[in-house]
Design a protein around this ligand. Structure first.
Ligand SMILES: [Zn+2]
Length: 354
């Protein structure tokens, strides 16, 4: 294990372990080379996985405004490019995240008063498709905030979100007093997650309000997204929330609502956490030393995913070989006797159906 002496931005621990590179199966260096070819480190104490060296803030903002939002429909003209203003492929993904949220909230209904008109704030709401479902099914008052103006326009006009605003520095001063704050695949993008957890308690989240997070599980996701500044396993997120005075109500691992590509069809793809804010001010990060466990799990799961990928490719190869041989054989039979070729093909089809 390769060690580094770097101070963890979450718990302050000075020792970390380097996740060694593996570009073939699950990339662990940056998917965008312009954004620093960083190492991923695991904090020896809290197990948080983070980049080193830090990504340049300017480059990161530029990435968010360009490559990150690029759709597959861009038109390339001679000297210019025009692209769709929104990533419509993300709409249904964020809409589907409502399914898990709804099930988890209902399962833990003792912690939530459904009878009153509840106020929900979705931090990083983008187009507001998730809030649309919250309003339609749960009759919540919906508030959305995001850095992306185009997304907010859509949230307000098309997805009927009650209130939207751009996320600026004054965010923590806004007296929203939400009953519940949600961050769906947003928490891992925050520059200072501990500060966020502390500051939302002042005005944004009401006393004993709920916090719902959906984050990628590092054991089943690549570590190469430069925008994922920190990644948290089950042990780590539990530790951080507890240390920041949130009581965990439930923590579940789930897959996508609808099937995705091979590596995304994993029932442990994401972590879903519902927690309650506790009225206690002091934040304290004790020694837990879960880093080694996280590192070893990461290594093990990476090998499993690699194996899954090889088996899938091998199956595809066998399938292709079979289909090509079949077509070739029938071309020859068809040349000799077309009637017999049809008869044989029908017979084989019937047997396969059985
Ligand atoms: Zn740490």
């Amino acid at each position: 294990m390769k060690k580094r002496k770097i101070s963890c931005k979450i718990c302050g621990e000075n020792n970390s372990t380097v996740v060694t590179k593996n570009n073939f199966f699950l990339r662990i260096d940056s998917s965008d080379k312009k954004l620093i070819n960083y190492d991923n480190l695991v904090c020896d104490n809290c197990g948080t996985i983070y980049h080193h060296p830090d990504i340049d803030k300017k480059k990161l903002i530029n990435h968010y405004q360009t490559a990150y939002r690029k759709t597959g429909s861009a038109i390339y003209l001679k000297n210019r490019t025009i692209d769709l203003p929104l990533r419509f492929d993300w709409t249904s993904v964020s809409f589907h995240r409502f399914h898990a949220f709804y099930e988890i909230l209902l399962k833990n209904k003792n912690n939530f008063n459904f009878k009153k008109k509840n106020k929900i704030l979705d931090y990083g709401c983008y187009q507001g498709a998730f809030l649309f479902a919250c309003k339609k099914i749960l009759n919540f008052r919906t508030i959305g905030t995001d850095y992306n103006k185009e997304g907010l326009k859509m949230a307000k006009s098309f997805f009927l979100v009650d209130e939207v605003f751009e996320t600026f520095n004054n965010f923590y001063k806004k007296k929203i007093n939400a009953d519940i704050i949600t961050l769906l695949h947003v928490f891992e993008h925050l520059m200072d997650p501990v500060d966020f957890l502390r500051k939302i308690k002042k005005n944004v989240l009401k006393n004993n309000g709920l916090l719902y997070l959906e984050i990628p599980n590092p054991y089943s996701n690549p570590l190469n997204d430069p925008t994922h500044l920190f990644l948290y396993s089950k042990d780590t997120i539990e530790y951080i929330l507890k240390s920041c005075n949130y009581k965990i109500i439930t923590l579940e691992q789930r897959g996508l609502y609808q099937q995705g590509s091979l590596l995304r069809n994993n029932k442990n793809l994401n972590l879903h956490i519902l927690a309650k804010s506790i009225n206690k001010k002091d934040i304290f990060f004790p020694k837990v030393l879960v880093g080694k466990k996280v590192y070893l799990n990461l290594k093990k799961e990476r090998n499993n995913v690699g194996l899954k990928l090889v088996l899938f490719r091998f199956k595809t190869l066998i399938n292709m070989f079979f289909h090509t041989s079949y077509t070739f054989l029938f071309m020859i039979i068809n040349y000799i006797s077309p009637n017999f070729a049809v008869y044989l093909h029908e017979k084989i089809k019937k047997n396969f159906k059985r």
